[in-house]
Design a protein around this ligand. Sequence first.
Ligand SMILES: NC(=O)c1ccc[n+]([C@@H]2O[C@H](COP(=O)([O-])OP(=O)(O)OC[C@H]3O[C@@H](n4cnc5c(N)ncnc54)[C@H](O)[C@@H]3O)[C@@H](O)[C@H]2O)c1
Length: 335
Amino acid sequence: MSARSIVVIPGDGIGPEITRATVGALERLGCGLEFVYAKAGLAAQEECNELLPQSTLDLISQHGVVLKGPLTTPVGGGFRSLNVTLRNHFDMYANVRPALSFPGTLSRYEDVDIITVRENTEGAYLALDSFVSEDDERAESKMVNTRRASRRIAHYAFDLARKQGRKKVTAVHKANILKAVSGQFLDVVRGIAKEYPDIEYEEMIVDACAMKLVMDPSRFDVLVTTNLFGDIISDLCAGLVGGLGLAPGANIGDSASMFEAVHGSAPDIAGQGIANPGALMLAAAMMLDHIELHEAAEKLRHAIRETIMAGDRLTPDLGGDGSTQSFAEAVYSRL
Ligand SMILES: NC(=O)c1ccc[n+]([C@@H]2O[C@H](COP(=O)([O-])OP(=O)(O)OC[C@H]3O[C@@H](n4cnc5c(N)ncnc54)[C@H](O)[C@@H]3O)[C@@H](O)[C@H]2O)c1
């Protein structure tokens, strides 16, 4: 089998720990992957005094597939999110975040199977025209929506639903208040829904959607929404299936795609060896599907599922007394 190269960015905080565990699983799958390591975030700043070196961007352009640990972004001031910068730089327009129940986890529901498809390049995340007045009294930020971006994310969501044999797409919006940006998004999705008569289509205002997700998640299938709502709603969905430790995410673009955990760098537990590598491992399975290594993807997902079901050496966030290493070894033993 010819080697397929993957750019690996270990990231900050717990990033290097969970990345090591995940690459270990990919190596044991023996599907001919080669790993090209690149730096970004605080590690890159320490080493080359740059948060996002040009050499990292060049490697991503060259190889097109990235497995990325979380990157720290300061709250309030400081530098702009490198995650957002990477997504925008490579126009990774679709952020796909599945939330799937795993038997044996501490969660409120056992039958959740929801995919959030989030528009990843516009909305409230552009930091365009962000402004704080000189007297620090007033802050402003602009939201942007385009028909083009709404069209491609809507197509992505409906195509994904069709490909995975899913039944329904729900457009999540706030068009009652944000009549221009959210209204335009909804108008576009509604039009595109007509091209997919085989998929049920519904619309829901984001606040009602949050409530219904908590009350009855089984009524949802695929959610399609704008950037900020998708960020929040997908974390809510992760909470429905036992927390961020099992929530993977993919950022899909035409020239490059990046696979990561939904969670962040977890500075509160970094370096303790107790971070759950499950979310990044599940992201790696999405990556394998993306590069058409479906059998390996399924094998990895199966091993993670079996490990969790057996309650085998799990990390503390899943109620176990194991470590990143013991969880990883339990997965490896099933590959
Ligand atoms: N895609 C990304 O790289 C990404 C995503 C979200 C947040 N961040 C960044 O991460 C930093 C920390 O953010 P935060 O603290 O709000 O969120 P976080 O997701 O890092 O942590 C939230 C809580 O979940 C726990 N947690 C997260 N991942 C875990 C795992 N794998 N195993 C066990 N417990 C886990 C943490 O210990 C913490 O208590 C911030 O700088 C933020 O900007 C990065």
